[in-house]
Design a protein around this ligand. Structure first.
Ligand code: ASP
Length: 247
């Protein structure tokens, strides 16, 4: 939608991730799981493949849409990753309203449907620009202050001039293999992107025994994805065509 109206890849990934953050069925924004103190701590990151700019936030408690804040950090250019109270102070200074953490927590209990995982989006726009974005509430019952891959550029999110990647799964495993950057490094001309995605998940499983999933888009706009977790429904759309899903 964003791109059919001339928006950039960055606009598109932010819009998609905001929609999913606002949906309590997903582990991001509203609907995130609580840590061992019963609090919500959110991580998110974004990368603009054109300029190689990136922004991220970690362990924020009062931000309804952490991906918007990550984008602000990216636009501001001074830093890449802001955490906890400092990130929230930055939000206030940049016109992003803080929410009551209870608003995020209250949406969680009593859901009848199963919760899906972390949310992520990769995009290539009409000008051939790439972007990737990821947002999560992290692992349920995590130690307070724990930060996962979704806040770390190269681990949960990566984009350059010819590709974009977003990851989900056990952050402690994903970080060890720098999964998003590993996917990009595995891309070879002539090798289907789906093969590359599977190869990366093979590396994750073999080197860490951990579960995860990746989505990747390449220079030609081909989409690849692979997962060894059940928590990763996927959908994509190409050149304004029909939405394709794999749930
Ligand atoms: N990767 C996220 C984290 O470890 C969790 C997830 O993707 O479900 O924080």
């Amino acid at each position: 939608m964003v791109m059919t109206h001339g928006g950039s890849a960055v606009d598109a990934v932010v819009a998609a991730v905001v929609t999913l953050e606002d949906n309590p069925l997903f582990n991001a924004g509203v609907g995130s799981p609580t840590n061992s103190d019963g609090q919500i701590e959110l991580d998110a990151s974004i990368m603009d493949g054109v300029r190689g700019d990136a922004g991220a936030v970690a362990s924020v408690k009062r931000i309804k849409n952490p991906i918007r804040l990550a984008r602000r950090v990216m636009q501001d250019q001074r830093h890449i990753l802001l955490a906890a109270e400092g990130a929230e102070r930055f939000a206030r200074a940049h016109g992003i309203t803080l929410c009551d953490p209870q608003e995020l927590i209250n949406a969680a209990p009593g859901r009848s449907e199963p919760r899906h995982g972390t949310v992520g989006c990769v995009a290539r726009d009409h000008a051939g620009r790439f972007a990737a974005a990821t947002s999560t509430g992290g692992i349920a019952n995590k130690y307070p202050g724990r930060v996962g891959d979704s806040a770390l550029i190269g681990c949960g999110t990566f984009a350059n001039r010819s590709s974009g990647v977003s990851c989900t799964g056990i952050g402690e495993a994903i970080i060890r293999v720098v999964l998003a950057k590993t996917v990009v490094d595995l891309i070879r001309p002539g090798v289907p992107i789906q093969v590359t995605a599977k190869q990366a998940i093979g590396i994750l499983a073999e080197q860490t025994g951990g579960e995860g999933g990746v989505i990747v888009i390449n220079e030609c706009g081909d989409v690849g994805y692979a997962r060894n977790t059940t928590h990763m429904p996927v959908c994509w759309v190409r050149d304004g065509g029909d939405l394709v899903t794999d749930i």
